[in-house]
Design a protein around this ligand. Structure first.
Ligand SMILES: Nc1nc2c(ncn2[C@@H]2O[C@H](COP(=O)(O)OP(=O)(O)O)[C@@H](O)[C@H]2O)c(=O)[nH]1
Ligand SMILES: *[C@@H]1O[C@H](CO)[C@@H](O)[C@H](O)[C@H]1NC(C)=O
Ligand SMILES: [Mg+2]
Length: 381
């Protein structure tokens, strides 16, 4: 039992300590506000750790200036979905670090849906170069009405049963057809002659200290690659028959100095399935826009093989380049160390050192059994 006296003492003790606590914190509060007023005078706005004010400007050295002198009429091109964002910034950061922070070529992003604000902000953070975002017109993207959807669906089903990669996907087919015949006709690309195609989730291993677009221009190249390999025959059962039909109808469009031997081992009778891997391309847009390739694409498109089969933009571009350009207008960028899963080109010997490459030179696809580089070499033997 508590006596009334003890009770009074306890209550008094509580009141007194409450008074101390309140007056103390009030004093602290006063000191804090006067400190914040003081720091405001020195540029801070509220109490915060010093690092939050940033490193003073005078510590920064000028970033590498853009290369002065002759520039090419060129741009990077990235086709991507909003969902590809993380892979896109990984690729783009490497493009910037290995090459473009010095050269400052612009970027064109393309998508059949509007890019999100988040997408635009995160890619814009990576470069001072100009970036444009384009919306692909529906008619350049979706499966055309004249495709028999019943037949297309049946073929997709068969491909799924046969485990053909992307065999069931209409979106992938839209993408392949777009890359084959529409990207170079997009409004945002009209003002450019050369492009460098970049995909999400790729790796660039080496520094590039020259301008590949100027090399293309000076040497009249129209197509540049880093990896070549065999296409899955199941995706293109009737492609070569269609190509032969086109050649027979337009024999003079084929260049007499063409790279036909890269794509056929029997003078054009059959396709050997070799193609340049189109996830990396440095090319001349005017070559695709020219008469030969335009006619070629329209001819292929009418056959419907982009939907009834699963014709890829890699074999379509490669066959176009191999037929309508001169073989020496197709360039192997031996010094560009590049990976798109699961294959990589890693520069060898002096080139490895020259580019300060970080890939393992032993991991190099060039003369693996599944590579077509030996056939490219043989063009010049
Ligand atoms: N906007 C858009 N881009 C796509 C679509 N599908 C693929 N892509 C892009 O097309 C390119 C090839 O696609 P990817 O998934 O890398 O195919 P893979 O390299 O053949 O396995 C990449 O740049 C993708 O970001 C799509 O439906 N819409
Ligand atoms: C760049 O190339 C395109 C396509 O050939 C052309 O229309 C345009 O005039 C060129 N621009 C410059 C500045 O040369
Ligand atoms: Mg890819």
């Amino acid at each position: 039992m508590m006596t009334p006296m003890r009770y009074v003492v306890l209550v008094l003790a509580i009141i007194i300590s409450l008074h101390f606590i309140l007056s103390f914190s009030h004093e602290e509060y006063g000191r804090a506000t006067s400190l914040s007023r003081l720091s405001e005078q020195f540029g801070g706005s509220s109490p915060q750790p010093p690092y939050k004010n940033g490193v003073p400007e005078e510590y920064y050295v000028p970033s590498t200036p853009p290369v002065q002198g002759r520039r090419a009429n060129a741009t990077f091109v990235l086709l991507a979905r909003n969902g590809d964002l993380n892979g896109v910034v990984m690729s783009m950061k490497q493009v910037e670090d290995r090459f473009n922070k010095e050269f400052q070529y612009p970027y064109v992003f393309l998508n059949e849906e509007p890019f999100s604000d988040e997408f635009k902000e995160r890619v814009s953070a990576l470069t001072d170069a100009k970036i444009e975002f384009g919306l692909i017109p529906k008619e350049d993207w979706v499966q055309p009405d004249w495709i028999d959807e019943t037949r297309a669906a049946e073929e997709r089903k068969k491909m799924v049963q046969n485990n053909v990669i992307y065999g069931g996907s209409v979106a992938y087919r839209n993408m392949c057809r777009f890359n084959s015949g529409f990207f170079y006709r997009q409004e945002l690309l009209a003002k450019y002659k050369y492009y460098w195609r970049v995909e999400p989730d790729v790796t660039f291993f080496c520094d590039l200290h020259y301008d590949p677009f100027l090399l293309m221009e000076d040497q009249k190249k129209v197509y540049g690659f880093t990896v070549s390999l065999y296409e899955y025959p199941a995706t293109i059962p009737t492609l070569w028959d269609t190509v032969k039909e086109f050649i027979n109808a337009n024999p003079d469009l084929v260049d007499p100095d063409s790279a036909m031997r890269f794509i056929s081992d029997d003078g054009g009778e059959t396709y050997n399935n070799c193609h340049f891997w189109s996830n990396f391309e440095i090319g001349d847009l005017d070559f695709w826009r020219g008469e030969a390739y335009s006619k070629f694409f329209d001819f292929l498109d009418e056959k419907g093989g982009f939907y009834y089969e699963r014709w890829g933009d890699a074999p379509v571009h490669s066959i176009g380049a191999a037929l309508f350009a001169k073989k020496d207008q197709i360039h192997f960028f031996n010094d560009i160390g590049y990976r798109h899963n699961p294959f990589q080109h890693c520069p060898q010997g002096d080139l490895h050192k020259k580019g300060k490459c970080w890939c393992n030179p032993k991991e190099n696809f060039d003369y693996e059994w599944y590579s077509c580089l030996k056939r490219y070499d043989a063009l010049f033997a």
